[in-house]
Structures are given as C-alpha cells and as structure tokens.
Design a protein around this ligand. Structure first.
Ligand code: SIN
Length: 323
C-alpha cells in the first residue's frame, strides 16, 4: 500500500526556557534560558518521529526578555521564505514565554500567514524533572499538521491561543497564558484538536514584511514607549520622553481607559506636539470602550505591549508614505 508522504514542517528555534538548562534538575527557576539547540529539542521528543519530515533552523538563541526588532525581522523573513514553498505545510517556532505575545502579534501583522505558524514555549527548562517543553512541542506539531490550520497561534499546556488575544498571565504556572474574554482557539488532546472558534484571519495591516525587511537596528524603528497610569502619577515621564524625541506613546490606563489627571494633561500636551498617543488598559481582561469626546484614541482591544507594536507599524507606514 502506498504511504502518503507528509509535507515538510519547518521548526525554527529562537531560545527561551524551552531551550533552558539548570545545573540541578529539581530547579525550575534558577536556569539559563536558550542553551539547547533546536535539533536537540526535537530529538528529545521521539514521538515526533512519525510527524516528519522536518526542516530545522536556529534563527536566534536568546532569552525572550531580550527580544529585538532585528530578530523579529529575521524571523518574519524566514517564516515568509518557508511558507512560500508549496511543499511546506507550516512553521513551528520555539520561543520564550516572556515576550511571546508580542512576537505572535508582530508575525500575524506583517506575515498574515494563510498557513499555520505555531509558537511553542515552556515554563520549565529542558533539564527539569518534568519539563513541559516536549509536550508543548508535540502539541505545536499537531496544530501545524491540522488540515485548515492558519494564522499565528501559540500553544501552551494544551491550549491554542490566537496571536491577537494571547497574553502571559502567570509567572510560574505551566498553564501561563490566557486569551482573555475571547477564549482560546481550541485545545490539543492526545494529538487531536478540539476547536472552539476560527483561526486568526489575515487582517488589513499597515505594513507587510517587504516594508520592514530592510529594518534591523533599534534606531531605524520609531521610538514608541509605554507609560502607566497609577495612583500618584505625574506627567514627568511623558515630558521627559517628549524631550527625548519619542514618536509614539501607549498609556496603560486604569480600568476602562481612565487616566490620572496629571498624566492625562501631559499626554494631551504630547499629542498636541505631534506625538501619537494610544490608550490601552492595564486590566488583563476586557477592552477599552471609548466614550465619545475622548481625546486619546483607544487601542482597539490590544493590550499595552501589542498596542505598542501596532503603533510602531502605523508610524513606520506613515514614514513610508512620506515623499
Ligand atoms: C524567555 O522568555 O525566554 C524566558 C522565560 C520563559 O521562556 O518562560
């Protein structure tokens, strides 16, 4: 009987705890992230032997707290390169949990993939007594192999999250991510997907990878910073950032986008001076519902870190349109 050959699945390594090593196997926190290469991570999951063929590539080897624009651009270029090949079914990316949601949002925005791009992570290092990375990697492969899967998603502890909604919500628990009000895309159970809603759809994005491809160094990106409203807030940080030449500000506002009056006055002044200001909420659930007459635009449901990525892409698109 003829055996149907599966298409290639590309596994890109970027580091993170999933590739972390500790001196003591019982130590789940005192480890060094980004030590184990992508080939070894794959080899540690013998159950994946039946799910190949795989193409592996180490795009970066970093703790994701140090994620940079240069790595994002390189990653997006590799994703697009592989997805353009007809014999590639999808891409799995191993990534640290700390900035996973930003990378997911960035890749969805600039790549808008119609094939699956699945971010896999872990909360325990590869050397742990009971590491979670191997199961997460196996689940990521199940997602990427699923017929009809598309867009950028993250998998953690058996739950599939859309790039648009995923957020790290716990510092230690293995099930560290949530999709908030939107709920997960679905679950992976013993290699089978139980889907609850649609895959992330390609959206109108201000910039595609072709436009960001040439950009690498921090200096080439618009400076967009995040400030927070809190008890006793002042306008000092905003004023300092404006004096420094910031082009965009995202404010992590309280509740439904409310701002301390002193901070709000400084943000209005920044906006009047030409700085783009966006209002997100510091709440982990819900979205800012705009009240008519508000002078600062809301983040369209994005949390502060994703709103920052969106604002950077908007500013890049604007700069691009200038003669
Ligand atoms: C990282 O984000 O690279 C380290 C932390 C983690 O992956 O959980």
């Amino acid at each position: 009987m003829a055996v149907t050959k599966l298409q290639n699945l590309v596994i890109l390594g970027t580091g993170g705890t999933i590739a972390g090593q500790a001196a003591d196997p019982s130590d789940n926190i005192g480890y060094t992230a980004a030590q184990v290469g992508i080939g070894a991570l794959l080899a540690a999951v013998p159950a994946l032997d039946q799910d190949g063929p795989f193409i592996t590539e180490q795009v970066a080897q970093i703790d994701s707290k140090d994620m940079s624009f240069a790595v994002w651009v390189q990653l997006a270029e590799r994703v697009n390169h592989f997805l353009a090949q007809p014999d590639v079914q999808g891409v799995v990316i191993t990534h640290g949990t700390d900035t996973l949601e930003e990378t997911a949002y960035f890749l969805q925005a600039v790549c808008q993939p119609v094939k699956p791009v699945v971010l896999a992570c872990a909360m325990r290092p590869a050397t742990a007594l009971a590491p979670d990375g191997p199961q997460n990697l196996r689940d990521a492969v199940s997602v990427a192999r699923h017929p009809g899967a598309q867009g950028v998603v993250a998998i953690c502890a058996g739950t599939i999250h859309s790039a648009l909604d995923v957020q790290k919500v716990h510092t230690y628990r293995l099930d560290a991510f949530s999709s908030g009000d939107a709920g997960p895309v679905g679950y992976v159970e013993e290699g089978q997907l139980r889907l609850l809603r649609n895959w992330p759809q390609a959206q109108k994005s201000p910039l595609t990878i072709e436009k960001v491809a040439g950009l690498g160094a921090l200096a080439e990106w618009p400076q967009v910073e995040i400030v927070m409203s809190h008890a006793g807030a002042s306008g000092a940080v905003v004023q300092a950032l404006v004096a420094h030449g910031v082009q965009g500000l995202v404010v992590a506002a309280t509740g439904n986008g409310t701002l301390h009056s002193a901070l709000e006055a400084a943000l209005w002044a920044a906006q009047d001076a030409g700085v783009k200001v966006v209002r997100a909420s510091r709440c982990t659930e819900g979205r800012v519902l705009s009240v008519p007459g508000q002078r600062i635009a809301d983040s369209q449901g994005l949390n502060p870190v994703k709103a920052r990525v969106a604002l950077m892409l908007d500013l890049l698109a604007e700069n691009d349109e200038r003669p």
